[in-house]
Design a protein around this ligand. Structure first.
Ligand code: 3PG
Length: 250
């Protein structure tokens, strides 16, 4: 994928920027304190686009609402936190497609930011539906992926959309790929990698791939629990990945 920095003229261009604002929302309905790092990480790309006088249309998912509107997964709290961090007003649309979205985008001025509502309120997003991707694409001139953490998903806003617009990598995506490529290809020996998190199903193939590239692999969180459980070790009430829990219930 080409780099966003290769685009010569971004002035007044409508840039669809796919970000990953999948952040925990607290009980009081705002982004949990200290959990806004995914929003902060995209600021360099957003600020770069503002400086270049582009019109910035942000696309994100939040949670797993399974193709339905789920109030707790609305992006309002993200809009508020992003506005605070940028010191600028961010407009949010009530949906990610439809007339209101189109009108809002048509009225945008250079340097303005519009955040579209949660993509996963439409089942077509996770189905990688080409018509849905086309509709999203019709809102912009250029597509930029800055969402490394969801780039393993063949979803409409990550995959199908690239068939319909000139597509580029954002500054964050480039940085993350650069750091990872370096760590995997030129690790300083002895090299140890630490892997944790809740979604063990996507981590286990990665661990397998990295096994002969690193000297040690340390696992924590749910990933460790799954491995311990598979070895027959009692993990008490510790969390297991959802898909394992489902399998064990069968
Ligand atoms: C994540 O938090 O890992 C990414 O946002 C992807 O979310 P997903 O696992 O629900 O696709």
């Amino acid at each position: 994928m080409k780099s966003l920095k290769e685009i010569k003229d971004l002035k007044n261009k409508k840039v669809l920027l796919r970000v990953d604002f999948n952040v925990p929302i607290g009980k009081e309905g705002s982004v949990d304190k200290g959990e806004d790092w995914r929003i902060r990480a995209t600021l360099p790309t957003i600020e770069y686009l503002i400086k270049k006088h582009a019109k910035i249309i942000l696309l994100s998912h939040l949670g797993r609402p399974d193709g339905k509107v789920v109030e707790e997964f609305r992006l309002g709290p993200v809009q508020d936190r992003l506005s605070e961090l940028l010191g600028l007003s961010v407009i949010k649309t009530p949906d990610c497609t439809g007339n209101v979205v189109r009108e809002t985008v048509d009225e945008m001025k250079a340097g303005e930011i519009v955040l579209l509502e949660n993509l996963r309120f439409h089942k077509e997003e996770e189905e990688n539906d080409d018509n849905f991707a086309k509709e999203l694409a019709s809102l912009g001139d250029i597509y930029v992926n800055d969402a490394f953490s969801v780039s393993h998903r063949a979803h409409a806003s990550v995959h199908a959309i690239t068939r319909h617009l000139p597509s580029y990598a954002g500054l964050l995506l480039e940085k993350e790929i650069g750091i990872l490529t370096d760590a995997i290809n030129n690790p300083k020996r002895p090299a140890t990698i630490i892997i944790g998190g809740a979604k063990a199903e996507t981590k286990l193939p990665v661990i397998k791939y990295l096994m002969d590239k690193f000297d040690h692999i340390l696992v924590g969180g749910v990933v460790a629990n799954v491995i311990l459980k598979a070895k027959g070790i009692d993990i008490g009430k510790s969390l297991l990945a959802i898909w394992i829990r489902k399998k064990l219930k069968k």
